[in-house]
Design a protein around this ligand. Structure first.
Ligand code: ARG
Length: 280
């Protein structure tokens, strides 16, 4: 099956406020033309292995370009995000409308329960399990509702480094059951939870330098991986597991605290069959 991925062109993208440390000092320091070139290059690369769908960018919500935060998709269900910051809450209606028009069942959390979608909720690729990052943006309190709606087990992970404020900035489940992640972004209990759940041979540890280059914020489609930048050591680790690594600069989006994965959301999200576990 061809994967479908939703992106939003940076027509109205700029750093207009500060809601994460990456945005500090960057207000009005962006170059929208450069951002557009970088975005188009990413869309073109992804378009070689998946079908790229687009949602029209709306004025007044510059971070709408980060479609990972639209919500969480599983099969035909879509859990709409509830943004923590007022600056992004205007995006919710646009995403709700688009997913509804596409035939998804749109599930809505209470207004006062922050949840930032596929930025903080990532499916394991080895077993039916949803990892939920909390501590900066999403609230752990949303876990029971999402577990019930999507009929899936949820493993919470506490994020403790404000540079890695969304789970997808430091944690990336990959095809074949692998997991690329930056351990220091998590508290000790969460690090232990990851180790207990993901066998050593499936874990790929990412250094601070690679994490700061948003290497964990990678788009993975089949055996292709798209990311801003990776060290030779990380490229080697990924290639030796059968992945093709494609670098494409996304520096304009890093000024807002985002990169490749944040700019996408997978619309074709199938349930991971439990049987894979028995084979692994
Ligand atoms: N400026 C945006 C924010 O702080 C960046 C979002 C990046 N998205 C992501 N999935 N990590 O919310």
């Amino acid at each position: 099956m061809t994967e479908r991925i939703l992106m939003c062109a940076p027509d109205h993208f700029e750093v207009a406020y500060v809601i994460n440390p990456w945005m500090e000092g960057n207000i009005a320091h962006g170059d929208n033309k450069a951002a557009t070139r970088q975005w188009q290059a990413l869309a073109r690369l992804i378009g070689k292995v998946a079908q790229v769908e687009r949602i029209t960018a709306a004025p007044g919500v510059p971070d709408m370009v980060f479609t990972a935060n639209a919500g969480l998709v599983l099969e035909n269900k879509f859990v709409l995000s509830r943004f923590r910051h007022a600056e992004r809450q205007g995006e919710e209606a646009h995403f709700a409308h688009w997913f509804d028009a596409q035939g998804f069942e749109v599930l809505t959390l209470p207004r006062d329960m922050p949840f930032e979608g596929a930025g903080d909720a990532l499916f394991d690729r080895r077993e039916p399990l949803l990892w939920l990052g909390y501590g900066h943006r999403s609230d752990q309190a949303c876990a029971p509702l999402i577990a019930k709606w999507l009929d899936i087990e949820i493993a919470p992970l506490k994020l403790v480094d404000e540079r890695f404020y969304h789970l997808d900035t430091c944690f990336c489940p990959l095809e074949g059951g692998y997991l690329m992640y930056h351990p220091a972004a998590f508290d000790a209990v969460s690090q232990a939870r990851i180790i207990a759940r993901v066998p050593a041979e499936y874990r790929i540890q990412v250094s601070d330098a690679d994490a700061m280059n948003f290497a964990c914020n990678a788009v993975n489609c089949g055996r292709s991986i798209f990311l801003n930048r990776s060290s030779d050591a990380l490229k080697h680790a990924l290639r030796s597991r059968g992945f093709a690594v494609h670098e494409t600069p996304l520096t304009e989006f890093m000024k807002a605290g985002g990169s490749a994965k944040c700019l996408t959301i997978k619309l074709t999200e199938a349930r991971q069959p439990a049987a894979v576990l028995a084979v692994a």
